[in-house]
Design a protein around this ligand. Structure first.
Ligand code: NAP
Length: 284
């Protein structure tokens, strides 16, 4: 993909550390190109503790928006002039919109992206029992979105204190990590928000805990077909991979900054090609 850069080109960016393997440039640049915008999206490696000068720089350079990834999500939440309710609750911002008056508006698009991805896949978790595995940033964003949408939530994590903290955000139940197989059996949706399945054969729950009446959702997108996703599918469960959420959370950023509907199909195909090139060793 070649992008014409000129004196009028506008810039959006992601800040993080490390950031060189971020898929956001692939998603955003595909979108801007499809939308015919003279915009470009780049990645800035910003060390821990340097979120403030990065935001000052974004203002000074007139960036259109910033995506924020680890380790800056909490610091940026503190530094924004205004936060969306979910971002305030999570104390985490992954999307900064630079307003014309120079003020910064912070949001977290992960939770809404997750719900939209489920909807795209034909699922409506409102009123359903959902087990969330993990209690980190993604698990919390997903839990806040699911609870807001009326799901009955249970959270389990290998550290009980972390599960309790996540559950307290939304009034969810917790279950001990060692009892997650029973909780999975009882749930209609089982959501893996841990990195289990990235690069090893490990399963976040025993495969016997899932059957044809259930939906297994993996947030992991590298690989797209995790061992658990394959095993759940073989048991007859319905499965949803991590690609939809990845695309939807970026698409919400594109929509916030451009004011245009995001070209979802173009973004999906660009990131699919990129992921398959990583898988086959054609991308670092
Ligand atoms: P995170 O903040 O580091 O949280 C990870 C959670 O998983 C923590 O509760 C952690 O427990 C737990 N965990 C890690 N390794 C584990 C293991 N071996 N066994 C049991 N629990 C384990 O990470 P995150 O940002 O929430 O991301 C979690 C996963 O979701 C990652 O794979 C990420 O790539 C994926 N993700 C996908 C999307 C998407 O758009 N599809 C978006 C965000 C994240 P401890 O606290 O004890 O370490």
């Amino acid at each position: 993909m070649s992008l014409p850069i000129s004196g009028t080109t506008r810039v959006a960016a992601v800040i993080g550390d490390p950031v060189r393997h971020s898929l956001s440039p692939v998603l955003h640049n595909a979108a801007y190109q499809q939308l015919g915008l003279d915009w470009v999206y780049v990645a800035f490696d910003v060390p821990d503790g340097a979120a403030r000068p990065a935001l000052d720089g974004a203002r000074a350079f007139g960036l259109v928006g910033l995506s924020v990834t680890m380790p800056h999500k909490a610091a940026v939440a503190d530094l924004c002039d205004e936060r969306a309710p979910d971002a305030a609750k999570l104390h985490s911002v992954n999307t900064v919109t630079l307003r014309p008056d120079g003020s910064l508006y912070g949001e977290s698009t992960d939770g809404e992206g997750f719900l939209l991805a489920l909807r795209d896949a034909g699922h409506a978790p409102a009123g359903q029992d959902v087990l969330v595995l993990g209690a980190g940033g993604a698990a919390r964003a997903v839990a806040v979105a699911l609870a807001g949408g009326g799901s009955e939530l249970t959270i389990t994590a290998r550290r009980a204190d972390s599960a309790e903290q996540a559950a307290a955000l939304v009034g969810a139940r917790t279950v001990a990590w060692d009892h997650r197989d029973d909780a999975a059996r009882a749930a209609r949706y089982v959501v893996n928000a841990t990195p289990i399945g990235m690069g090893d054969g490990a399963l976040p729950v025993p495969v016997e805990a899932l059957d044809a009446g259930q939906v297994y959702v993996d947030l992991v997108y590298h690989p797209l077909e995790t061992p658990m996703l394959q095993a759940a599918q073989a048991r007859g469960a319905t499965v949803v991979d991590g690609l939809g959420m990845l695309v939807r959370q970026a698409a919400l950023q594109v929509e916030r900054w451009t004011g245009m509907p995001a070209p979802l199909e173009r973004m999906r195909s660009a990131v699919r090609v990129h992921l398959s090139e990583i898988q086959s060793g054609r991308q670092p």
